[in-house]
Design a binder for this molecule. Structure first.
Ligand SMILES: NC(=O)c1ccc[n+]([C@@H]2O[C@H](COP(=O)([O-])OP(=O)(O)OC[C@H]3O[C@@H](n4cnc5c(N)ncnc54)[C@H](OP(=O)(O)O)[C@@H]3O)[C@@H](O)[C@H]2O)c1
Length: 338
């Protein structure tokens, strides 16, 4: 165990100003301090990868909204994976691989009860992506339990080249659905069909989405898995079929102006077509995490589920990586290796 004088130096991303609008490096600073020795029941974890998630942005508003607020001067929230390097907790040994709310920092001293041990036969980052709570498990819950996707359905997914969207689209494919993805730019649309194996993609930034949907889904869509909200939600509502399901996973187009969220104007399509719209958070399905994890792991092993990663290196890259999510600058799962 390192002595008090040669403790590992923790570098953490601290919030210096609440965010109103686009998030950027100006809202944060990096602080350094010796990593605290673990107290009773605690462990010290060296972070291997941190998950860059859309929910981090909503925790940075001056007014508490969707997620618990980060206090000014506090370390920014982030889920991560890493290895135990000091343990003062029964059942946790040096070298164990763990996942949990490590925060945006290089070392985390925290209660072992907040961590889960993970199997390091797989790359640790898999537990943030395909098998991660805020990515794979969220996508699976939304497609299976909320959207109730079945073979033969036509499924539309927004932000389909992002983390949750990539997995949601592939889960629907694995269930036998025809899947159309929405993404920004021709490279991302090529990624949807060539890398992820979706049936088709629409470049919402450069194509007329409504016109393309008429061609690609002439009978309408059974399920819309929405990560984006705003105008795309209205277009999808206009194309929903009888008994269709609109799954509200998120609305990333609205997070930068939480006080003026644009709601759907075509919601009466739900009544006209006996369709439903239902929101969820992954936490609502806690009792089914095991089932979701097992199925995702099986598809991963079989090669019918992929989670390409976009990795940035160094904790200093954290703020810019977070911003990139809101500029469409990521393909697949955005991670920081601190
Ligand atoms: N319900 C839950 O429990 C839960 C859990 C986790 C995540 N989520 C939600 O899942 C969604 C995806 O999150 P993620 O962490 O996986 O991020 P992500 O999809 O990896 O990255 C975000 C993507 O959203 C797209 N985007 C950003 N701003 C946009 C805008 N104004 N209009 C249209 N598209 C925009 C960009 O793709 P393009 O380049 O294609 O525009 C970007 O790559 C978010 O809405 C998040 O809140 C929900």
């Amino acid at each position: 165990m390192p002595s008090a004088t040669n403790r590992p130096i923790n570098r953490k991303v601290v919030l210096v100003e609440y965010v109103n609008g686009m998030v950027g490096p100006e809202h944060f600073r990096i602080e350094e301090e010796p990593a605290r020795e673990p107290g009773e029941g605690e462990v010290l974890v060296k972070a291997d990868s941190l998950s860059i998630d859309a929910f981090i942005r909503t925790s940075l508003n001056a007014v508490e909204g969707l997620h618990q607020q980060v206090p000014l001067g506090g370390a920014v929230v982030a889920l991560g994976v890493g290895r135990v390097i000091e343990s003062n907790a029964p059942g946790f040994a040096v070298g164990d691989a763990v996942s949990g709310p490590l925060l945006a920092q290089t070392y985390a001293t925290m209660p072992a009860a907040m961590l889960q041990k993970i199997d390091d036969a797989l790359p640790l980052s898999t537990y943030l992506g395909a098998l991660g709570l805020t990515t794979g498990i969220t996508a699976y819950a939304g497609i299976r339990y909320v959207g109730e996707v079945k073979a033969g359905d036509t499924v539309l997914v927004s932000a389909a080249a992002g983390a949750v969207g990539s997995i949601a689209a592939q889960v629907a494919k694995n269930l036998g659905a025809k899947v159309i993805g929405l993404a920004g730019g021709p490279e991302k649309v090529a990624f949807l069909t060539r890398t992820l194996g979706l049936d088709s993609g629409i470049d919402y930034k450069n194509e007329d989405v409504a016109a393309r949907l008429k061609v690609l889904a002439p009978d309408g869509i059974d399920v819309f898995f929405d990560n984006v909200g705003g105008e795309l939600l209205d277009i999808a509502l206009d194309h929903i079929r009888e008994r269709g399901r609109v799954v509200i996973c998120g609305a990333i187009s609205q997070y930068n102006d939480h006080d003026h969220v644009r709601g759907p104007s075509l919601y009466l399509r739900l009544a006209e077509r006996y369709a439903r719209m239902e929101g969820f958070t992954v936490m609502h399905f806690a009792e089914r995490y095991g089932e979701a994890h097992a199925q995702l792991a099986q598809w991963l092993k079989a090669g019918t589920l992929k989670m390409p990663e976009q990795v940035e290196h160094g904790i200093d890259a954290f703020p810019a990586a977070l911003r990139r999510l809101f500029e469409g600058g990521n393909t697949g799962k955005m991670l920081v290796k601190p």
